[in-house]
Design a protein around this ligand. Structure first.
Ligand code: HEM
Length: 447
């Protein structure tokens, strides 16, 4: 990416030290696979029936207030994603999104915002930037994020002057939105929401291009600066089965996606740390395998929870991504989860196995997974011949139905909390990143 004036502005702000201080009704028509099921999830998180595409002029839905306090956020868990599918084919696998879940809140919020700050300060335009032509969309998105936070979380984001100044009660920072803006809109967005943001616009030839992005947490699989200005086709070049399986559905979806049509999806891979910018699995290159001293109990599933929506004025498509981790250990008593993970890492379509680097660690953890499967049989959670297939509660853990949006979704049996581990890993991250990037020949991300 060549540096342009917008990016220079962002870097200037960063250098000046100002920077970042229902799921589930499957879209059957779009899915070609047979694993389509109705998710059994409770109201507010659950499937919405009815017409899928809205009137193009219908206003986007507004969130309803959730009166959680900063204190409650400290122990709050988000919806427990279990996005494991079998049979596993590359499909869009999207669900209708309840606007209340567009920008979710959990106990990792503060640490993620602080990690954004570190990444942007350290790497600048490798992870945040925009191209000329995206100004209107970036401002519109900033207003939408601000308005969402104020309406959805009235005790977490407060204002006394109708949004000219907004206090983030979780970080303690007051954001000054008075004009002219002091910061780049992407910075304001990144200071309010823990998600990564991608802003996609149609060019003059009607082709979708990534025009702006604030992506501190790509996981190491790719560097967003290499994607800016590129078409969605080019961006997805390395994605297995994109051309045949994903592209046609995506194009159809985008052609009809109205501002009132919000969807979400969850992708996942496995790693043995919680690093957000560059995770251990993507630090292995050229067929390297995991070092043998990593304990199998340290392995976790990194869920990449994603949303898609369209802005009403600029018509930009907003794609968000938010990584959240669930250790295999905390899921060990959930019927079929270890069996599904084992099956997928060995038997998924070849392209997916390669893309997610499953070969680098699967022999290392298979004895552990075998033990967990045997344990489930002994405990009577599954039988030897229970068919391995997508969970009835997909894309969530079974216990999603036992909780609600006010309490959050803490695992009742094995409550997970990786905050402390995460903070330790962040301390080591600069060295880890330096070594890995040196090994990669200085490149940020694989491609
Ligand atoms: C419209 C905005 C979108 C943007 C900006 C975007 C961006 C990206 C990027 C940067 C990657 C990483 C590519 C790499 O490894 O080099 C990726 C991967 C991927 N994208 Fe997209 N994407 C978008 C929409 C979608 C949609 C609508 C789908 C399907 C519903 C999709 C499916 C995937 C899949 C399957 C992968 C591979 C990783 C995974 O398993 O999730 N993307 N995308």
């Amino acid at each position: 990416m060549t540096t342009n004036s917008s990016n220079t502005d962002i870097l200037y702000l960063l250098a000046a030290g100002i920077a970042v201080g229902g799921t589930g009704y499957f879209i059957k028509r779009l899915l070609s696979e047979s694993s389509v099921k109705k998710a059994k999830v409770p109201a507010g998180t659950g499937p919405k029936k009815g017409k899928y595409h809205s009137d193009p002029d219908a206003p986007p839905p507004e969130p309803t207030p959730l009166y959680i306090t900063p204190e409650q956020v400290k122990t709050r868990d988000d919806r427990p994603w279990r996005p494991f599918r079998w049979p596993y084919h590359q499909t869009m696998s999207i669900f209708k999104l309840d606007v209340n879940h567009w920008l979710d809140m959990d106990k990792y919020y503060y640490d993620y915002i602080k990690e954004k700050e570190r990444v942007f300060h350290t790497y600048g335009e490798d992870n945040i930037g925009r191209l000329p032509g995206s100004e209107e969309a970036c401002l519109e998105l900033m207003e939408m994020v601000k308005s969402h936070m104020l309406k959805r979380y009235p005790l977490l984001f407060t204002t006394e002057d109708n949004g000219v100044h907004v206090k983030n009660e979780l970080t303690g920072e007051t954001l000054d939105f008075s004009l002219p803006l002091k910061l780049d809109p992407l910075i304001y967005i990144s200071k309010m929401a823990k998600e990564d943001f991608y802003i996609v616009l149609k060019d003059d030839e009607g082709v979708h291009r990534l025009m702006a992005a604030a992506v501190p947490f790509p996981g190491g699989g790719f560097g967003v600066k290499h994607k800016l200005g590129k078409t969605l086709d080019v961006i997805h070049t390395n994605v297995p089965y994109y051309e045949n399986k994903l592209k046609p559905s995506m194009e159809r979806w985008f052609a009809k996606m109205a501002p009132a049509d919000l969807v979400e999806r969850a992708s996942w891979f496995i790693s043995w740390d919680h690093r957000l910018l560059l995770t251990s699995i993507y630090s292995l290159i050229n067929g390297e395998k995991i070092q043998s001293d990593v304990q199998p109990t340290e392995f976790n599933v990194r869920v990449e929870r994603q949303t898609l929506r369209r802005l009403p004025k600029s018509k930009a498509i907003i794609f968000t991504n938010h990584p959240v981790f669930h250790s295999i250990e905390e899921m060990k008593d959930e019927p079929l989860v270890p069996s599904l993970i084992r099956k997928i890492i060995f038997e998924a379509p070849e392209g997916i196995i390669k893309y997610k680097n499953f070969e680098s660690f699967r022999d290392h953890i298979v004895p552990y997974l075998n033990k967990l499967v045997d344990r489930q049989i002994e405990l009577g959670l599954i039988k030897e011949d229970t068919p391995i297939k997508t969970l009835p509660s997909y894309p969530f853990a079974q216990f999603v139905k036992d909780s609600d949006v006010m309490k959050g979704w803490t695992n009742p049996k094995y409550p997970g909390n990786y905050s402390e581990k995460f903070r330790e890993e962040v301390k080591d991250s600069p060295e880890f990143e330096m070594k890995t990037y040196a090994k990669m020949g200085g490149a940020v991300g694989f491609h």
